[in-house]
Design a protein. Structure first.
Length: 137
């Protein structure tokens, strides 16, 4: 004669397995419910914005300083262009001059004046909507 536990053991296992499935399902739902949706970015602002300023050369102090270098600076700033790189507004700074060591490519900065990359023609080719905003006269 089988003991009471031997008869009930398979039923207990089935019961526990069903409870574990329910607990797992509830945990998954809680995790999914706690996720916050990604913040949507307005593509018009991302692709054409000039850092939310009307005149980036005049309104961004770091960019203005680049456009008006000290007279004893051996590097001449050639051009400043604006474009969109991976969803952010960037400024492409091209320099030149007899005493200035330049590379193939330009320095690319974000709106805060932080260097994004320099001398990388592969990345520079990914910049879209490029427009010239300043040129040495």
């Amino acid at each position: 004669m089988q003991s009471f536990l031997q008869i009930k053991a398979p039923l207990i296992r089935i019961y526990l397995a069903e409870k574990m499935k329910n607990i797992l399902l509830v945990l998954i739902l809680l995790v999914l419910a706690s996720c916050q949706p990604a913040e949507l970015v307005n593509p018009e602002v991302t692709n054409t914005a000039n850092c939310e300023v009307k005149d980036p050369i005049q309104d961004l102090a770091w960019l203005n300083a680049l456009a008006h270098p000290a007279p004893d600076n051996p590097c001449n700033l050639g051009t400043i262009s604006q474009g969109s790189y991976l969803g952010q507004t960037v400024f492409i700074i091209s320099m030149g001059g007899a005493l200035c060591c330049t590379c193939a490519g330009s320095a690319v900065y974000n709106c805060q004046g932080e260097l994004v990359f320099v001398c990388d023609l592969t990345e520079q080719a990914k910049i879209q909507n490029i427009k010239l905003i300043w040129q040495l006269k």
